[in-house]
Design a protein around this ligand. Structure first.
Ligand code: ZN
Length: 353
């Protein structure tokens, strides 16, 4: 199918096939928020060989910045962090993804919290923009873990309360766009999840993907980026804590998952080790390192981008969803993990607790 679409807002966009061959060019005089304009002008009318996304990142006044998310055109490091987005307004296209009456993707709790921990919950919500219908997924499947991390927001809120920690979470379903994936990773827009076909993602066009990134992924990441930069500029200790949940069974993994809690890290295991010691001392839990899966730069976003690449302490919690399904259990887990986190951080860096 040949598609052709132009946008005066972005300065121009054409797509010739489902997975690429996109021609992207910038409007003359377009003001870019980062990088030299020379670098960006070289992107004019280039042929994108692989699946790629043109992202309209942020309007600055009447100007728009454009990022081409393509591995063959830009160094990956430039893809992983949004660009100068501190002042992104809650801008929405008139005919864009989110309607004016739909919630902001970003939830922000205790922005003045005193804790060194910054709590993130990427898969907190399961909203789907009205313009996308149900993505072709049944209501029963939209209530499953494939749409969001069951129980994770409740635990995050309790952690935030107990630690007096700032919490940033995302309200839209990961089936729309996965906010814990680099945008260039194919699983950012999943087409099959735990046996369920996501029909609305099967023939996703580049402009459609760009819109989801622009209105959900990037505003969320931009808020986190802004908060982390602001904290570091103020010399505030900052420890990244991301909260997720997983299922006891999954079609992609043949064996049951015995762990109550997974402590996920990539290169820096200091916090995971200290937490394991604390949890061993206080609880009868099955705790796994990098279970039920490993955390990697390629398949994860928050811990690599906000913690490890900056040399900050960080950890991803994966909690089995059946132990945090009920609100009372979420509170109990929030309390137990808050205590362990405080003690673990004291072991590592006593000066900041
Ligand atoms: Zn998750």
């Amino acid at each position: 199918m040949i598609e052709h679409r132009r946008s005066e807002r972005s300065g121009g966009f054409e797509q010739n096939s489902r997975y690429g061959d996109a021609l992207v060019y910038l409007k003359t005089g377009c003001t870019l928020s980062s990088g030299s304009s020379l670098e960006w002008k070289r992107l004019n009318r280039v042929n994108v060989k692989y699946f790629s996304v043109c992202v309209i990142l942020s309007p600055h006044g009447k100007n728009f910045s454009v990022c081409l998310a393509s591995e063959d055109l830009m160094p990956r490091r430039q893809l992983q962090a949004p660009i100068d987005l501190e002042d992104v307004p809650g801008y929405r296209w008139k005919d864009g993804l989110l309607g004016p009456d739909e919630p902001d993707p970003v939830g922000h709790v205790r922005p003045t919290g005193s804790s060194p921990f910054l709590v993130l919950c990427d898969h907190a919500g399961r909203l789907i923009p009205k313009s996308l219908g149900s993505l072709g997924v049944s209501p029963a499947d939209l209530a499953r873990h494939i749409a969001y991390d069951i129980g994770a927001l409740g635990v995050s809120e309790r952690l935030s309360e107990r630690l007096d920690a700032e919490l940033i979470y995302q309200r839209y379903s990961r089936l729309v766009v996965d906010c814990n994936r680099p945008p260039h990773n194919p699983t950012a827009f999943v087409t099959l999840s735990d046996g369920t076909k996501i029909a609305g993602n099967l023939d996703l066009t580049v402009p459609a993907a760009a819109m989801r990134l622009s209105e959900i992924f990037h505003p969320y990441q931009a808020r986190i980026e802004h908060v982390v930069r602001t904290r570091l500029a103020a010399k505030r200790p900052t420890v990244i804590l991301t909260v997720h949940s997983f299922t006891p069974w999954h079609t992609d993994y043949p064996t049951p998952r015995p762990w109550h809690l997974g402590l996920l890290f990539n290169k820096d295991r200091r916090l995971a080790d200290a937490l394991a010691e604390e949890l061993k001392m206080t609880d009868d839990l099955v705790v796994g390192f990098n279970q039920p899966y490993a955390l990697e730069d390629e398949s994860d976003y928050a811990v690599p981008v906000y913690a490890e690449h900056r040399g900050l302490l960080g950890i991803e919690f994966e909690i089995r969803q059946d132990v945090i399904t009920e609100p009372a259990d979420q509170i109990r887990w929030g309390d137990r993990l808050a205590g362990a986190l405080t003690a673990a951080l004291r072991r590592i860096t006593p000066e900041i607790i």
